[in-house]
Design a protein around this ligand. Structure first.
Ligand SMILES: [Zn+2]
Length: 474
């Protein structure tokens, strides 16, 4: 099977050039200027990309499909979630397999492999959430590297659920240091937060905005600082997930300036939503955007700080932390966000975004002049691939890379609404946002799966990816 993508501008993290791409079976086999080849003779198909960008398929290294949380489940399955990712130009996800207390790491991994197997529209890998750190699970962290799991997520938040104390965290970090693997941290001081939550509820402060008020920026930055210090002591690479407070990013920057292997991501919702505009609103609508770390107050100046950190390289990745729950009661999923009506502590945490990320970052990042086209590709595809051991198979347009390719039309335009998204969810965080640019063709390992906005792939196209060690280390 030979496909020629003709007339477009190839955009990678390193540069842009007008050139054609030859795809044979699952891989990119040649790149050349239009006049310098005759690939169309004998090609099975030719994709016209004149006036369009040819970019690597986007990579979302932080999704949660079918995750149990707060008495319910994330409403997107691996099938619906990866299909909606494909619509948005994302061709690889790295989701989180979970080891809960009393279970082995292997059991958790096998459970998640079974959920994904045969259901995904795009390629997928797993990080491992280690929820029960003991002698056995530390040994398993080493063994599971052979299965392509090279990153382990720990929680300083959610006491009694996924929480690990500093001693457990430090032991896991020492293990990661021995194996060369990466620790991913949910950095919030869950113990202090639980005190604030209890006190707020006792005062009758139960609206969604109190979710943010009881998780002030210092509960994030204190945990970021502690995590970075413990990782430095243990000598392991550390990646802080979903950073939303500028004070936390300042801690990360200091660690990087010291030469520490420390990295961070933020998510599009922290760059676009605020308590003032989206959470402290009449009725219960604010519950849609309750997530942890929380959406922050606009007046505190986090958003511009995060944008600048992305542009100057202090933050390395944009992911989504996609974890969606229906706002209105759903026939199949039942009550989800509305479980927390009258008590914000019962609102399931999370929101959708896997489909919107690439477009929203193009609009607000590139079109609005915050960073270059190349930095956009870097943040959404290349750095995620390098960070989690998928490069250069994934994350770039190069000879020998998988043919995960998005033909992106910068002149397309649409407005976000519930009718423009494809996941199993009843809202988008970007409702009413006018978008320029959109993926028109999405190819996953040489097979076109989105054509002119239509999904033409099939369930089970996606393959499990064994990942290597991080390629971002200094
Ligand atoms: Zn998450």
């Amino acid at each position: 099977m030979r496909t020629v993508i003709k007339g477009g501008t190839i955009v990678t993290a390193d540069g842009s050039e007008l050139a054609d791409v030859l795809v044979e079976d699952e891989s990119i086999v040649a790149i050349a200027a239009s006049g310098e080849h005759s690939w169309e003779e004998g090609a099975d198909s030719v994709i016209d990309a004149v006036g369009k960008y040819i970019i690597p398929g986007a990579i979302d290294v932080h999704t949660h499909f079918e995750l149990p949380f707060g008495g319910t489940f994330v409403s997107d399955s691996f099938e619906s979630g990866t299909r909606s990712a494909a619509h948005g130009g994302t061709t690889t996800i790295v989701d989180f397999a979970v080891q809960v207390k009393g279970e082995t790491v292997r059991e958790g991994f096998d459970n998640w492999m079974a959920k994904a197997d045969g259901n995904c529209a795009i390629d997928y890998g797993f990080h491992m959430i280690v929820g029960d750190i003991n002698e056995g699970s530390l040994k398993e962290m080493e063994a599971i590297v052979d299965d392509g799991v090279t990153s382990f997520k720990l929680f300083m938040a959610y006491p009694g659920v996924l929480y690990s104390d500093d001693g457990e965290i430090f032991r896991a970090m020492q293990q990661a240091s021995r194996d060369g693997t990466t620790i991913m941290m949910h950095a919030e001081n869950g113990i202090a937060i639980d005190v604030l939550r209890e006190q707020a509820v006792a005062r009758g402060e139960t609206d969604p905005k109190y979710h943010t008020i009881t998780r002030p920026p210092k509960t994030e930055s204190e945990a970021v600082h502690r995590a970075l210090t413990l990782a430095e002591l243990a000598g392991c690479p550390i990646y802080i997930v979903h950073m939303s407070a500028k004070e936390g990013v300042m801690e990360l920057t200091k660690a990087r300036d010291r030469g520490q292997n420390a990295f961070g991501e933020t998510c599009p919702h922290y760059l676009h939503l605020s308590v003032e505009d989206d959470i402290d609103v009449p009725g219960f609508e604010g519950a849609k955007y309750v997530c942890s770390t929380p959406i922050r107050f606009r007046e505190e100046g986090h958003q511009e700080y995060l944008w600048n950190a992305l542009a100057r390289g202090d933050l390395q990745v944009v992911s989504t932390d996609h974890a969606c729950f229906f706002y209105d009661d759903d026939e199949t999923m039942g009550r989800q966000k509305r479980l927390g009506e009258g008590n914000f502590t019962l609102i399931p945490n999370g929101l959708p975004g896997v489909e919107e990320r690439l477009n929203v970052m193009y609009q607000s990042g590139v079109v609005e002049g915050r960073f270059s086209l190349n930095r956009w590709v870097d943040l959404c595809a290349t750095s995620p691939a390098k960070m989690f051991g998928l490069y250069p198979k994934k994350g770039t347009i190069a000879v020998g890379s998988d043919a995960d390719i998005v033909v992106f039309d910068p002149n397309a335009s649409f407005t976000y609404g519930t009718d423009t998204i494809h996941g199993n969810i009843d809202y988008t965080a970007y409702d009413g946002m006018e978008i320029s640019g959109s993926p028109v063709v999405v190819m996953s390992r040489g097979k076109v799966i989105i054509d002119g906005g239509r999904y033409v792939g099939s369930k089970g196209d996606g393959r499990y990816l064994k990942r290597g060690l991080s390629q971002m280390l200094i």
